[in-house]
Structure formats: C-alpha cells, structure tokens
Ligand binder design. Sequence first.
Ligand code: 5AD
Ligand code: SF4
Length: 455
Amino acid sequence: MRTFGCQMNEHDSERIAGLLEGDGMVPADSVDDADVIVLNTCCIRENADNKLYGHLGHLKALKDRRPELQIAVAGCLAQKDRDAIRERAPHVDVVFGTHNVHRAADLLTQAREQGPIVEILEATVLEDAQAFPSVLPASRQSQHSAWVTIQIGCDNTCAFCIVPAVRGPEISRPFDTIVEEVRMLVDQGVVEVTLLGQNVNSYGRDLTKRRPLFAELLRAVGAVEGIRRVRYTSPHPKDLRPETIAAMAEVPTVCEHLHLPLQSGSDRVLAAMHRGYTGERYLQKLAAARDAVPDLAVTTDIIVGFPGETEDDFERTLAVAAEAEYDSAYTFIYSPRPGTEAAERVDDVVDADVVGERFERLRVVIERSAAAKHAARVGRSEELVVEGPARRDPRLTSGRTRQNKLVHFAVERDLRPGTVVEVEVTGAGAHHLRGDLLGVVATPRHRLRIPVVAG
Ligand code: 5AD
Ligand code: SF4
C-alpha cells in the first residue's frame, strides 16, 4: 500500500489494507515481495499525475518479470482520470475510485479471473453504509489513535479545489453510528480519535430525521467513557459556530487545537475563491475561539499565488497571518487543477518567480510565530501520548501534546505507543519541542494487535 495525500486518504488506505487482510493477504516487507501493490492517489496538489505515472513506470519492469503481480490504483486521481490510467499504463490491473473502496478485495479477485477492471462509482448511495470508510474493517496504522470519518464529500465551491468534483456532495454519517464506533475503538484500547470530514462544521446538515450540530457530535464523542483525546479536521471558517467553540471549551477531552484554513488574507482573493468570509471575520472567529479555549494552538492552510493575486493582496495575507500568530501552517503554491473554476483563469497566472518570493516571505512570518509559540512552552509541564521512537534519533522517544506538538524526550526503557506521560518542556526547535520525563500517567490498554475481521 502506498498512500499519497491527506488523512482522508490515509484512512481509506487503512480500510483497503483491512479488507485485503480480511481476504487473507498479509503485508509485504517490500515492493519486491508483494503480490499486490495498491497506490492510493491524491489529486489535490500539483504533479500528482506525473508522480503516479513515474511510480507506475517503475512497476512496469516488475510486472514484466512477474505477470501474476497485481497493480491497483485507487483514490482521487483514479476517480478523476479513470480510463486514462489504463490507457497510459496498461499494466495496471484494477482502477477504483473513492466511492468503492469497499470493493477493493472483490475487484482484485475479479481481475485475477477476468482481466483488468476500471470501476469508478460517480457518487455514493445514501443508504449505502459501506460508503463510509470507517464502517469497513481496518488495518490501523496506530493502535492507540484512530481516524473516524464523520462525513464524506463537500458542498462548497472553492474555486481552486478539485475535492467536490471527485469526492461528490456532502454526506453525513449517522450520529449514533459514529458514537458507537468511538465506543468500540475505546474498548479496543484507542485513547485518541480524530473526526474527519472536508467541512466538519456542516456535519448533520443533510441528515433527515434529526439534524444534529457538529458541536453535539463533539460533545457525544468527547463523553464516551475512556476516551482521552478528541481532535477534528477540518472546519471551514465560514461555518465555525459558537456552539463548536463552546463544546471545545467545555468538553475536557476535546484537545486545544484548531486547524482553521485561511487560504488567503485578502478579501478580494477570498471572494474570488468563494470562501465566504473576509480576513477580518476570520480573525474575529479566531479571537473568539482563543478567548473561550485557553492555550489554544492554531494551525492553518494558506495558498500563495492564486490567479490574480497582487502584491497588495499578498501583503494582506502576510498581515492576517502575522496577526493570527499561527503555531504552524501548511503553505501551498497555487496549482491549477483542471476542471476547477480557477484553472480557467489562464490570463491571471502569477509569475512563478514572484510566487516563489512570496512563498519565502510567508514562511518567515509563519516561522516567527511558530518559534515564539514553541519558546513560550519551555519550562511548562505537558501531558504527552507516546508515539514511539523519534524518527530522527531512535534513542529518543516522541509524543504529542494536546496542542498536537511533537516532543522528544529520553527514557531508559521502551514505552509502548499510547502510553501517557508527563514531561517538562526543556527546549524548543522549529518543528518540535524537547522535554524531560516527569512520570508515567497511564499505560496503554490495547492488545498488541486489533484482529482484522473479514467484511
Ligand atoms: N493549489 C494549491 N493548494 C491547494 N489546496 C487545495 N487545492 C489547491 C490548489 N489547487 C490546498 C488548500 C487546502 C489544502 C488541503 O490543500 O490550502 O486547504
Ligand atoms: Fe475544497 Fe473548499 Fe470543500 Fe475544502 S471546503 S474540500 S477547500 S471545496
């Protein structure tokens, strides 16, 4: 399994892996050992297709040597490019989209017997519970932390974004099913869940019997016995309601972290993007959130070089970003996604050198506030959920704070992922903190492996 793109895709991959394991497969150590290779693609950002065809090019040699090897392409790019993939890479056995993840194992079996298959469903059927990846068996990447899909698709029309075209309209998963899944996860030893949706604040709008608010869901999930941390991503600033902020403030398990995508600080650009808020309105919502939730960490997404972005527009982005004092930000260089409204604006393309220079200036502003936020935590004691050995230095252990900050610390013995510890923060780097262990608060309850159930 190779995954590109966002958490939604990572979660889909867990489900695909779960289905294949349920079908009797086991994970291979390397591509050379694999009988089945699944590439789960993303089309949100630039070059996804070049990268995919690059990978498929490498796999061609492998397939020539071992014709029984099966190659499947899944995800957004598969959904969007469908037949084009088999035309450009005829050695691909199965192409399936974002609405039929649940068919992964069946499609591979069918292709083995009948030859290559392209199956892309246009949209999900409302009644089809399998549309939600969380309903399928999973092979989770982590035993203590889990993603839970609460909604698929998106009803917005952001001019730069391909998601509504590939993921379809918004469909909310039934309230009780979500809470039930969280209960089951906690039973299995999960201590942290992240509720996933393209626009979580509009959760429930499409449900017919009762139309629960996202805030109610947050409260219900946060009240599940045994859950320690609840996170969610991503809210849309225009739909961020006071009720959600109140739930964050009042439910102790909901973490003090808000990922609030800004995209641009210029009202003119925001209007052209169809974002539905101004820079000022965004800052007001942020201020209200910070007032209500002490010690709130704030992160964002910002696009540089949207068609027609002037120096003045960009300076507004810098000003709003500076005022927002982000803990960190994902910054993107705008890239046209064919099929989106903004991609039509070929005459307004911003010069690449100008974009590069703006990107750099934005980075400096973000790093300034990130460094200040990190430095302010030195000397404090923080609760961490252990993730495992630090990637850069396996002699150290890493964990995350409630604000989602990574902390590295030294410990004599191995601590299992999911262990809760208390550390004193002793130092701050650009992207992580360092700490000294003060003590272990809780040990994980999960078994070493959650059994995979066939679907
Ligand atoms: N170009 C650049 N960035 C994009 N994003 C989405 N579409 C594009 C695009 N065409 C970014 C947005 C979004 C994040 C997931 O990806 O900032 O919030
Ligand atoms: Fe794309 Fe906008 Fe929907 Fe987010 S809210 S998925 S950026 S259309």
